[in-house]
Write a protein that binds this ligand. Structure first.
Ligand code: ZN
Length: 410
């Protein structure tokens, strides 16, 4: 498996970095293992989070070639399989439509997955999705969502422009962190976007990661960890600027940033968030060090709690075999000695095994035959939904371990 080591920062070309946190060697948490491959050794890669000394972007410098993540293996994350994700994207899509779009204007989504958000534009606008994972694109095409199985690049933006014309809205939700060559992406966006168009991104937010001690987002698919101020500096190079921002509850706190070529009035909520970053010194290395000590503290605490439960002879199973959860486990050195199996609602994951530890992933019905004493919820953003759904398990004496910014036992 090929890795790329960036010599320079992906936003500003600086060669000078500080280490934020070194999480050690991790497997690729999104590539689950088929039964026939269990005898093969799964590769591991360093998760060494750095901060650019110049522009302050927090990032992984050594990244896996995106071709390996999205092209050579089946990408198993189908957005439509995620509970309530369509309900999350609907108001986002309606907001975009209401504020920025007229009927039939052209909308492009970068990283459109199986079309879970583009579907809401389908009846009113011309749409095009771009996503490198062929297997999710096939799912989108089946639903009648025009999608190209490609990475979004400047070169591709030329081809799209020639055929469809410029776009009024380009957006990407949960994909910008997955892209190594951000400058090429921005050149492509600038090229394809109308002068009065709007580019909207939703990405992980360093501000919330620091506030909530959230390290579950640090894995090989996520190359960068963003803040508003870092984006503001980067956008200047393209004569673009951000004019609106909100923090959404997705992924434990994501940044939704609205960007334009033409000057637009900055919203009050944008000014408040951008100022808050400055007031709290969010983009300083000192803040990054605070984050590091919190990550170490929480991951040690989880390790202790789980090991104590195991010492008492109780069984533990995982709820949700998400990449985030596998990162949390690995950071606490927890594996197949601690977790008997994973329950996951996504049919694409059932029957597979986690990388490295080879913990089996089964459906909830199968789990009923061998319920554990504890479920550890490794998709903490869904913990409320899961606990509500699992009342019967709790009445029967079952417990939940929920690693949030502190570790909760229910
Ligand atoms: Zn930089």
């Amino acid at each position: 498996m090929k890795t790329i080591r960036n010599k320079t920062c992906r936003m500003c070309s600086s060669k000078r970095f500080n280490t934020v946190v070194n999480l050690g060697m991790h497997p690729m948490v999104n590539s689950l293992v088929k039964k026939k491959n269990l005898n093969k050794k799964d590769p591991t890669f360093p998760l060494h989070v750095k901060q650019c000394k110049s522009c302050k972007l927090v990032q992984l410098r050594e990244v896996i070639d995106a071709d390996e993540i999205y092209k050579k293996i089946d990408y198993l994350f189908f957005s439509s399989d995620m509970p309530n994700l369509d309900k999350y994207f609907k108001p986002f899509a309606l907001d975009i439509k209401k504020r920025f779009l007229k009927k039939n204007e052209f909308v492009v989504e970068i990283g459109s997955n199986d079309g879970v958000m583009l579907q809401f534009f389908k009846n009113s606008n011309r749409i095009l999705g771009v996503d490198p994972s062929t297997n999710v694109v096939i799912r989108a095409l089946k639903k009648g969502i025009n999608t190209l199985p490609e990475f979004f690049t400047k070169k591709l933006s030329d081809k799209i422009k020639n055929e469809f014309g410029k776009a009024k809205v380009i957006y990407g939700a949960n994909c910008i962190a997955h892209l190594n060559d951000l400058r090429d992406v921005m050149n492509g966006v600038h090229n394809l976007l109308k002068d009065d168009g709007v580019f909207i991104i939703e990405c992980n937010y360093w501000g919330e990661m620091v506030k909530n001690f959230n390290y579950s987002l640090i894995y090989h698919d996520h190359f960068s960890y963003f803040s508003i101020n870092v984006w503001e500096k980067f956008l200047k190079k393209y004569n673009m600027s951000a004019f609106d921002a909100i923090i959404t509850p997705a992924q434990g706190g994501s940044l939704r940033l609205f960007i334009s070529k033409s000057k637009r009035k900055k919203t009050k909520r944008f000014k408040i968030l951008a100022n808050k970053e400055r007031q709290t010194n969010l983009n300083t290395f000192k803040k990054a060090l605070e984050y590091r000590s919190n990550v170490k503290r929480i991951s040690n605490k989880l390790s202790k709690i789980v090991n104590n439960i195991k010492k008492k002879g109780y069984t533990i199973a995982g709820y949700g075999a998400a990449a985030k959860g596998l990162t949390i486990l690995k950071c606490s050195n927890l594996g197949n000695k601690h977790i008997s199996y994973f329950v996951d609602d996504s049919p694409a994951k059932q029957g597979l095994y986690t990388p490295l530890d080879h913990i089996p992933i089964i459906n909830r019905k199968e789990a009923s035959k061998k319920l554990p004493d504890y479920f550890i919820i490794l998709a903490p953003n869904y913990s409320d939904v899961i606990i509500k759904k699992e009342k019967k398990f709790m009445i029967q004496g079952g417990k939940f371990i929920v690693p949030k910014n502190e570790i909760e036992i229910h």
